[in-house]
Every structure is written in structure tokens, then in C-alpha cells.
Design a protein around this ligand. Structure first.
Ligand code: M6R
Length: 356
């Protein structure tokens, strides 16, 4: 029930701090967070992980790859399910397949699961729905604990997917003896508070939507490293609910073609949460501003500069996507509202896509 909320999407965005706390609770074991031993073994035995997903879940998978590689040292490939099924890459000797699906019913992902089972490979489903098709048919399941997600635009499931993937990567790293210099349980608690701070300042996002998107026909989202992955999700959110054409881009890639589209007043949202590339992304912003772009920089506290649009509460560098996506979700929501779009049920879209 959406209660006093005008839209499920708003309610679901508001629930995100609670979802992170529920995940901490669901996966905590003493002072730590971890996953079941059989899943740890399956992850530790694999020589490569193949993440298969669609849409927002695919975007969460891109962040999951960073976690398994950077935290646990396991190589990962991330594939769009509808592509993978009919154009399978060469596989490693001991692959483990990870299906990420909020609904657990996405047909494109299921057809891949059917194929890899025929080939005799093991699979893990990361889903919000216990007993869903992908969960029943895979060897293992990790639940998102996000509660039902009704709005077509996925918000809380995305942050839940990222948090659960972080828990799994962290747990397998511990299991395999990787030295870790942070406490994930504590860091996730900080994230929950950080998301709350952003939610509490929604008015700012409403103003940004008004200032940057009111008359926009198109928009760009740019970032580097993990900010690039989040910019893809920011663009998808804006497209699906406001119908503004949007593109997520790697900051450094713009000059290789797409910058040709920047005109006077084109909105460009730039994420600056990754220290190693802070100067580079600011350089990319200068390039678009020089061509007339209306740039909105969203920076992590400690990396902000005068004139930035929004400053995000600081969190562990690997967990920045969990907070940086939230303003992008809210900006899309308000942009859609301003355009009188049907926020919860955008045209041409279904909540779960059960046809290939
Ligand atoms: O249920 P799933 O996570 O498998 O769904 C995948 C996509 O259809 C879904 O994420 C879609 O892109 C959303 N509408 C995005 O907000």
C-alpha cells in the first residue's frame, strides 16, 4: 500500500535507508555480514563469475563486478541477458553464473539460466522475490529483502542489489583470506544514514529538476569508474519515467563523438565521487560547459568545489553508488512529475518483462 504517498516510486525511494538496514540485519552474523556457507564455497571455487541481467539489474551487475574484482579478486564478466543467450562468449573452466533480477521472472534472463543449466553450470540468483522462477531454478538464492517494489521504475531494488552483492563479495574475500581494511557492516550503516540525508533534502532535487530539465529535450549523465556505471542508471531512470531522451556516458569518451550533441543549454549531470578521477571528470565538465552545456555537478563531500549543484554525504569509496544514485532517482521523479507523466506506470513498460 502506498498510504499517504502520491506514488509508489516516492515511497520506494524513501524506503531505501530501511532497506539497507534490513540487509545488514538479514546478513549479519556476529560483528560481520556474510552469506551461507554453500554460496561462499560456490563463489570461492569459481574461476570467473558471469553476471547476467537486464535493465536496472544489469546496471547493478556492473557495480557488482567492481566488488568481486576489487574486494575478492575474482574476475567477472557482466552480460545483458538478451545478448548472452544467443551470443555466448567463450566460458572459463569453472564459471559460476549470477542472475540479478528484482522480480526473478525476467524471460531474457531465464532463457540464459535454462541454457547454462543444460551445459551443467552452477547458478546463483539475486532476487527480491522468494519462490520466483529464477530463484526456484537456480542452485542458490540471495534475497534482497527490499519488500515489494511496485513502481515500474526500479529504485530500492537497485540499491538492495548493490548492497547484497557487496556483502557476497566481502564475505567471499574473508573466506578466502583476503586482507580487508574496512568493516562492511559499519560502512553500510553509514550509507543508510547518508541516503536518509539525501531523502531529507528532496526539495533540492525538485529544484534541480526544475532548473535543468523543465524544457529539456535531452540530457546527459557522465561519470568515470563507478560513477560511469551509476550514470547509466541515472539516464535509464530519466528516460523511462519522463520520456526525456537521456544518455549515460563515460566522461572521457564524450570527446570521441557524443560531445557533438552538446548545444547551448543541454543539461549534463556529472557525478564526482571517485577520488582517482576527480580532476578528469571536472575536466570533462569544462569541455561540455565550453560548448554551452548546463552542467550540474554532484560531488562527494570532501571533493566538492564552489559552484557544485549538490554535495553528497561521505561514504566508503566502493559504496558511493548507493548514495549517488539517490539524487538521480529523485531528479527523474520530479522531472516526470513536472511533465505530468504517469510516474508509477510509464507508457509502453511492464514491471516484469516475461516475454523474450
Ligand atoms: O525484474 P528484473 O530485475 O529482472 O527486471 C529487469 C528490468 O526489466 C528492469 O530493471 C527495468 O529495466 C526497470 N523498469 C528499470 O527501472
Amino acid at each position: 500500500e502506498k498510504g499517504t504517498y502520491p506514488h509508489y516510486m516516492l515511497k520506494e525511494m524513501d524506503e531505501q535507508p530501511t532497506v539497507i538496514r534490513k540487509i545488514i540485519q538479514a546478513y549479519e552474523q556476529g560483528e560481520d555480514v556474510t552469506v551461507d556457507a554453500d554460496i561462499l564455497d560456490a563463489l570461492a571455487e569459481a574461476d570467473r563469475l558471469y553476471i547476467i541481467a537486464a535493465g536496472t539489474s544489469y546496471h547493478a551487475g556492473l557495480i557488482g563486478k567492481q566488488y568481486f574484482e576489487k574486494i575478492a579478486g575474482i574476475p567477472v564478466e557482466v552480460h545483458i541477458s538478451s545478448e548472452f543467450g544467443y551470443n555466448m562468449p567463450l566460458l572459463s573452466k569453472k564459471p559460476l553464473f549470477i542472475f540479478i533480477s528484482q522480480s526473478g521472472e525476467t524471460a531474457d534472463s531465464r532463457q540464459v539460466l535454462v541454457k547454462i543449466k543444460e551445459l551443467g553450470y552452477k547458478s546463483l540468483t539475486v532476487t527480491n522475490v522468494q519462490g520466483s522462477t529464477l530463484s526456484r531454478e537456480a542452485d542458490y538464492t540471495l534475497l534482497l529483502h527490499a519488500g515489494p517494489e511496485i513502481a515500474v521504475a526500479s529504485t530500492k531494488a537497485y540499491v538492495a542489489q548493490i548492497a547484497v552483492l557487496a556483502v557476497a563479495a566481502y564475505a567471499v574475500a574473508k573466506q578466502t583470506g583476503v586482507a580487508l581494511d574496512f568493516d562492511l557492516k559499519q560502512e553500510l550503516a553509514i550509507v543508510a544514514n547518508g541516503i536518509q540525508t539525501i531523502i531529507d533534502s528532496k526539495d533540492k532535487m525538485e529544484q534541480i529538476a526544475e532548473d535543468y530539465l523543465k524544457i529539456a529535450r535531452n540530457a546527459f549523465f557522465i561519470g568515470r569508474n563507478m560513477d560511469f556505471c551509476v550514470s547509466l542508471e541515472g539516464a535509464l531512470k530519466l528516460k523511462e519515467i519522463s520520456y526525456i531522451q537521456a544518455e549515460g556516458f563515460a566522461g572521457g569518451e564524450l570527446k570521441h563523438g557524443t560531445i557533438a550533441l552538446i548545444e547551448e543549454g543541454t543539461p549534463v549531470f556529472a557525478l564526482a565521487t571517485q577520488k582517482d578521477v576527480a580532476l578528469n571528470i571536472r575536466g570533462n565538465v569544462k569541455e561540455v560547459v565550453a560548448r554551452g552545456a548546463n552542467a550540474c555537478i554532484i560531488a562527494m563531500e570532501g571533493m566538492e568545489e564552489e559552484g557544485d549543484c549538490l554535495v553528497l554525504p561521505p561514504v566508503h569509496e566502493l559504496l558511493t553508488p548507493l548514495v549517488s544514485v539517490v539524487p538521480l532517482q529523485l531528479i527523474s521523479y520530479y522531472a516526470a512529475l513536472h511533465r505530468r507523466c504517469d510516474v508509477d506506470k510509464p507508457r509502453n513498460l511492464a514491471k516484469s518483462v516475461t516475454v523474450e
